[in-house]
Every structure is written in structure tokens, then in C-alpha cells.
Design a protein around this ligand. Structure first.
Ligand SMILES: O=P(O)(O)OC[C@H]1O[C@H](O)[C@H](O)[C@@H](O)[C@@H]1O
Length: 305
């Protein structure tokens, strides 16, 4: 198994779904389900949970898990058919023991696990391409959570394929009305609530007082999710592989329509998701794409530059 030291904890959780736990400095930790290759918990050094997980999620395959960090591949949101959207989220991933180099090697103090999802006959019925989707999840020496994703075209028929991708971070917040997102001001966004039309706001940081479902395009490498209620901030740093950022909150009416979401849970969650949506990635056989995010916790209502 490819992992950092000390040995990983792998245990069975609800409905016998296998989970891997990485324990970092003090009380920091990350929990990952092999089902969906999905991070479902990230705790800071004080043991406080930073991710939202719905109390209504059933942990029953083939339903995706509502919360944590689902991997959206090969299709983001309503930019494709429903089956394709859930594709990587409701399959069992494997621990990858033969990962090719990921670039810079993690330091001794970084714990990590490598996961892989390969195409199968079952996938081919939904998306007719051979691929390898690799994911490295690492917990750094300061409790920061790093995720690196790689997609390789392994088609043997010479055909290229195109895909969109997102790391759908569901952050736990005190009260959505107290949350601001800095780094997206004045950028163009596609509004999924208005037929994906292109808009721009001249206002301040993004805030929430009704349903939001937008994809900001060509975003900077650093975004801050500021929770004034909890006086804390999560900083997202991402590379150019993930140029876009989805922002989502279903608000009251849609929350009530969702079967895997409590009616009031929209108040304690925001999704801020590094993604590649506006310009899908096209890979020829043998080619690979890579995208990376790093999440870090700041114990104050941090203000960016
Ligand atoms: O229910 P899910 O597939 O997780 O999608 C939840 C939401 O995620 C994204 O942010 C999309 O832009 C939304 O349109 C979608 O409703």
C-alpha cells in the first residue's frame, strides 16, 4: 500500500463501508471512504469538524454520500446526464499501491493515501471510455488537507475523451448568513439558475441570502471561505488544473425537495468547489490531466489582501 507513516487505519463503518483515517498533529484528522473515494471528515488541530455531512445521508450504495468532498467526474452538475454526474461518487475505489510519481514527494510528516478508480464494463455503459482516475489525499504537518487528482486516457481505440471535474467541498458553517467568500469578486460566472448565462457582479465578497448555484470562471489560485459566526476561515489554494469555482447552497425550498438533506441543513453548509467546467479537458490516449487543491484552517475571520 502506498501511504505515509505511521501505518494507515482502515476500518469498517456504517453499512460495512471501508474508511481510512489519517491522523495528523494534535487532534487533526481526515477520514476517507473507499466508496466514492470521498473525504467525509476533516478535523482541525482542536478536533473541530470542518466539513458538512448531512444527517440524512444513508451510506447505502448506490446512493452518493451527501457531504464531505465528493469527486465529480466525468461530468459536473447538470452539464451532462444524471448517471455520469454520480459516476465516480457511487463506485468503490481501490487503494493504489503502484502510483506513478505525483511530482514533489510529501515530507516525512505528511500522511497520505493513494486511491484509484479504473474504468470497468459497468462504467463503459455510461461513459464509453477507458480511464484511470487517481487521487492522493494527504494531511500535512499543520493539519492542512491536500488533494491531487489525475485523469489518464487509457483508450486503446485511439479515441480522445472530454470531461469536466470538481472537488465538491461541503464546508460546515455556523450560519450561512454569516459567511463571505473572498477571491471571486467581479469575476464572470455561469448562473445555473439562469440557464447557465454569463454574469458578473460588481459587489463585495460573495454572500448568501437565497439559493446560489454559480460557476465562477478563471478564478485566482486562492479563495477564502470566511465564517464570521465561528470566527474562522478556510483558505482554498488550487492550481491551474482547476481554474473554475462552483458555489452552491440550495436554500430553504430546494433543501426540502432533496431526499438526502435535512430541511434546515442549508443554514449550516456552503459548497465551494474548485472545478474545471467552462472549458472541458480533452485528453488523447496516453495523455494525463492533473488538478490540485489544498485546504487550510485559520482560527480567525481572516481577511485577504
Ligand atoms: O446533488 P449534487 O449532484 O451533489 O449537486 C449539488 C449541486 O452541486 C453543484 O454545485 C451544482 O452546481 C448544483 O447544480 C448542484 O445542485
Amino acid at each position: 500500500m502506498s501511504c505515509g507513516r505511521p501505518p494507515l487505519e482502515i476500518c469498517k463503518g456504517i453499512n460495512d463501508l471501508e474508511r481510512v483515517i489519517l491522523r495528523g498533529p494534535r487532534s487533526s484528522s481526515v477520514e476517507i471512504l473507499l466508496y466514492g473515494g470521498q473525504v467525509i471528515s476533516w478535523k482541525n488541530a482542536d478536533g473541530e469538524e470542518l466539513l458538512f455531512l448531512s444527517t440524512k445521508t444513508t451510506f447505502k450504495p448506490p446512493k452518493p454520500i451527501r457531504g464531505g468532498i465528493p469527486i465529480c467526474f466525468p461530468v459536473f452538475s447538470e452539464h451532462g446526464c444524471v448517471e455520469q454526474q454520480a459516476f465516480a461518487r457511487n463506485r468503490l475505489w481501490s487503494v493504489d499501491s503502484a502510483t506513478p510519481p505525483f511530482g514533489a514527494n510529501p515530507t516525512d510528516k505528511t500522511l497520505f493515501i493513494d486511491l484509484i478508480l479504473r474504468s470497468s464494463k459497468e462504467h463503459m455503459k455510461i461513459w464509453p471510455h477507458n480511464f484511470e482516475l487517481r487521487l492522493r489525499i494527504a494531511l500535512g504537518s499543520t493539519g492542512n488537507l491536500m488533494m491531487t487528482c489525475r485523469v489518464r486516457n487509457t483508450n486503446t481505440d485511439g479515441k480522445p475523451f472530454a470531461f469536466t471535474f470538481a472537488l465538491r467541498n461541503h464546508f460546515r458553517v455556523s450560519d450561512v448568513g454569516e459567511v463571505r467568500i473572498e477571491g471571486l469578486e467581479t469575476l464572470y460566472y455561469l448562473d445555473n439558475l439562469q440557464e447557465k448565462e454569463l454574469f458578473t457582479d460588481q459587489g463585495d465578497a460573495v454572500s448568501f441570502d437565497s439559493e446560489v448555484d454559480k460557476v465562477y470562471i478563471n478564478t485566482p489560485s486562492k479563495i477564502a471561505v470566511i465564517d464570521h459566526g465561528k470566527r474562522q476561515t478556510v483558505v482554498i489554494r488550487k492550481d491551474t488544473g482547476l481554474p473554475d469555482v462552483g458555489v452552491w447552497n440550495p436554500w430553504e425550498k430546494k433543501a426540502k425537495e432533496m431526499c438526502d438533506f435535512e430541511d434546515e441543513e442549508y443554514e449550516e453548509m456552503v459548497c465551494v468547489e474548485p472545478a474545471v467546467v467552462e472549458k472541458p479537458i480533452t485528453l488523447k490516449p496516453g495523455e494525463e490531466w492533473k488538478g490540485r487543491q489544498e485546504l487550510s484552517f485559520v482560527p480567525s475571520s481572516y481577511c485577504s489582501d
